[in-house]
Ligand binder design. Structure first.
Ligand SMILES: Nc1ncnc2c1ncn2[C@@H]1O[C@H](COP(=O)(O)OP(=O)(O)OP(=O)(O)O)[C@@H](O)[C@H]1O
Ligand SMILES: [Mg+2]
Length: 236
């Protein structure tokens, strides 16, 4: 589904990734761990073609994700329809006058013919039905996070990229979120700092270290060894 080949990315004088190689198969559920600044958000943005490598290649379903390829309307629309990203900074995602319009925005852009049903269905799933006429930026932090998830999931993406999607959720909402994700037969890649829920977010764990180096890529069964997590700076 995704193939990341020898990707190098520098920001200012700082190397974010150096010769990064990763392959992600359709249907995988991946948990992305790593200390602050290790590159989790940048990796998700590369996979969402919001950032582009300085060298190396990002492939989605065998096709190169380049700025020039995405200039073609059809290619861009197909990609945006299939790959959704829930940002770490949710406020950057919310700009519509009501919660209803916020969820409807993507479905209207993609000209779905069941916009209203999608809005109501995903609002209900995330407990947002009472807020459909509210202004998004006045919601609580957790409600905004649920709204961001509803917006992206309502487009039925094949790949769901989520950047710390539970950072503002209360425990009951976090449990509900995990249930929702587990029930989705799609590829998910979830960046999180929450080690308590990480094993339940995916069977494959990728741990990034300094300069985006992959410290671990494997089964969640062996990912939570104290020695590994200590070395990766994820526990103290
Ligand atoms: N637009 C940018 N300009 C300059 N540097 C950037 C930019 N975006 C990211 N970086 C740098 O790239 C590195 C990786 O950042 P990134 O946000 O991907 O880390 P992260 O793993 O998501 O961290 P966190 O756990 O804090 O969310 C950091 O050193 C950061 O300073
Ligand atoms: Mg981040």
């Amino acid at each position: 589904m995704f193939s990341i080949q020898n990707v190098t990315l520098k920001r200012e004088d700082h190397i974010v990734f150096e010769n990064l190689n990763l392959t992600i198969k359709a249907g995988e559920k991946i948990v992305l761990l790593g200390i602050n600044g290790s590159g989790k958000s940048t990796l998700l943005k590369l996979m969402n073609a919001l950032e582009f490598p300085d060298s190396g290649e990002m492939l989605y379903e065998g096709k190169a994700l380049t700025k020039s390829a995405l200039k073609h309307k059809q290619v861009n629309e197909d990609f945006r329809r299939n790959v959704g990203l829930v940002f770490q900074n949710i406020d950057a995602m919310l700009f519509n006058p009501t919660v209803y319009d916020e969820i409807a925005f993507g479905a209207r852009q993609l000209e779905f013919d069941d916009v209203d049903a999608r809005v109501r269905n995903y609002a209900e799933l995330f407990g947002l039905t009472p807020y459909l006429n509210h202004v998004p930026f006045k919601l609580s932090g957790g409600q905004k996070q649920k709204l961001a998830l509803a917006c992206v999931m309502s487009l039925s993406p094949k790949v769901l990229l989520m950047d710390e999607p539970t950072s503002a959720l209360d425990p009951a909402s976090t449990a509900k979120f995990m249930e929702i994700i587990a029930a989705q037969p799609i590829t998910t890649i979830t960046a999180t700092h929450n080690l308590a829920i990480a094993p339940r977010l995916g069977e494959r764990v990728i741990i990034l270290g300094e300069k985006g180096k992959i410290l671990y890529d494997g089964s969640s069964e062996n990912a939570f060894e104290i020695e590994l997590l200590t070395k990766a700076g994820l526990i103290i």
